[in-house]
Design a protein around this ligand. Structure first.
Ligand SMILES: [Zn+2]
Ligand SMILES: [Zn+2]
Length: 133
């Protein structure tokens, strides 16, 4: 599936090819902190399909407890997270579905790092729902 995305301010945009059956929610503490939210929803795009337009993202290299380093790209103007990837020769770019124009068609098929999930985030069915704020 062809997808297009952009950061909030429009400085950076991109296109990629993804498998819509492979959207993942990540409840790890790093994703909670780096998104400022309860979890992150990602989908991987093969390197050869990923094309960036516009400005250059800023890269933050995150080191996991395991020592694994990962490059996190974000817009230097608006801070929108663009992707994460291996620090060298990445086979995939992990795109954040909230930035994709096709996000309403993308439903996660698995959740990882559930042991660090915020308890409420595992079931939001009974939380009050309003169409607007
Ligand atoms: Zn931006
Ligand atoms: Zn995570």
């Amino acid at each position: 599936m062809k997808v297009s995305g952009r950061c909030h301010c429009g400085n950076i945009s991109y296109e990629a090819e993804i498998d819509p059956a492979r959207v993942t929610m990540c409840h790890c503490a790093d994703c909670q902190m780096l998104t400022g939210s309860a979890y992150r929803a990602n989908v991987q795009a093969p390197r050869e399909s990923f094309v960036l337009y516009g400005g250059q993202p800023t890269i933050y290299v995150k080191t996991a407890d395991s020592g694994t380093k990962r490059a996190h790209a974000f817009c230097p103007r608006c801070g929108t997270p663009i992707y994460s990837a291996a620090t060298s020769d990445p086979p995939f770019y992990s795109l954040r579905i909230g930035c994709l124009d096709q996000r309403h068609q993308l439903r996660p098929s698995r959740q990882i790092w559930c042991r660090s999930a915020l308890p409420w985030s595992m079931n939001v069915e009974d939380i009050e729902k309003l169409d607007r704020q």
